[in-house]
Design a protein around this ligand. Structure first.
Ligand code: FMN
Length: 198
């Protein structure tokens, strides 16, 4: 069956198709700040773009009332965000933080998500996460319509919890990430060694 997206633009269908075929998707648990309010929300249109320069992309949409999501407003205004990676014990609070709250209400406070300020000039990171990226806005990408705005972010500092660094000399990192599969979540299964290329 072929779905022609130009002919049938029902957004929900397209979302269903993409969210269930691009799997698993990593989750960026994004912290932004404005006027002292700490905003927290998850985004799974999230991908690493390059390690030189270190950069990632998140796509942030609009609220049902048509106004930009708070994360988008805050990044546009302050040019900074902190992206936290999500492991198993973060799952419930990460999911709760997707609730659409008023901009002056902090998900960190409402859902009791503990944060800690680590990098000067950046929003705080969530305390119990395995890793966090401190990012600056590089640019918005114009997709030529629609209400989702891809944001290219330059990564300036990376925090990795000492507990997930399994070998400091080799810089080996290991934790059990939570991924998005459709509207559900999953952990990674068995790790498979890459085949040797002759
Ligand atoms: C796992 C997960 C992934 C999500 N991914 C996205 C996404 O990629 N883009 C988006 O606009 N909203 C996404 N959402 C919805 C936002 O988290 C939600 O709209 C949130 O209220 C936005 O908060 P804000 O207004 O504080 O920025 C996702 C929700 C969940 C639970």
């Amino acid at each position: 069956m072929i779905f022609d997206l130009d002919k049938d633009k029902a957004l929900n269908e397209t979302y269903k198709l993409m969210a269930q075929t691009i799997i698993p998707r990593p989750i960026a648990w994004v912290v932004t700040e404005d006027e002292g309010v700490v905003n927290v929300a998850p985004f799974s249109y999230f991908i690493g773009l390059s390690s030189d320069p270190a950069s990632v992309l998140i796509s942030v949409g609009h609220k049902p009332d048509g106004t930009p999501k708070d994360t988008l407003v805050n990044i546009r205004k302050n040019k900074k965000c902190t992206i936290c990676m999500v492991k198993e014990d973060n799952l419930e609070k990460m999911h709760l933080s997707s609730k659409g709250l008023d901009k002056d209400v902090s998900e960190a406070e409402v859902f009791d998500i503990e944060t800690v300020s680590l990098a000067d000039g950046y929003p705080p990171m969530i305390k119990s996460v395995p890793a966090a990226y401190f990012c600056e806005l590089n640019q918005e990408i114009d997709l030529g319509g629609g209400s989702t705005i891809p944001l290219v972010l330059n990564v300036k500092q990376i925090f990795v919890d000492d507990e997930v660094i399994t070998n400091k000399e080799r810089l080996t990192i290991s934790f059990d990430p939570v991924a998005r599969i459709g509207k559900s979540y999953a952990f990674l299964g068995e790790e498979i060694e890459a085949p040797v290329i002759p």
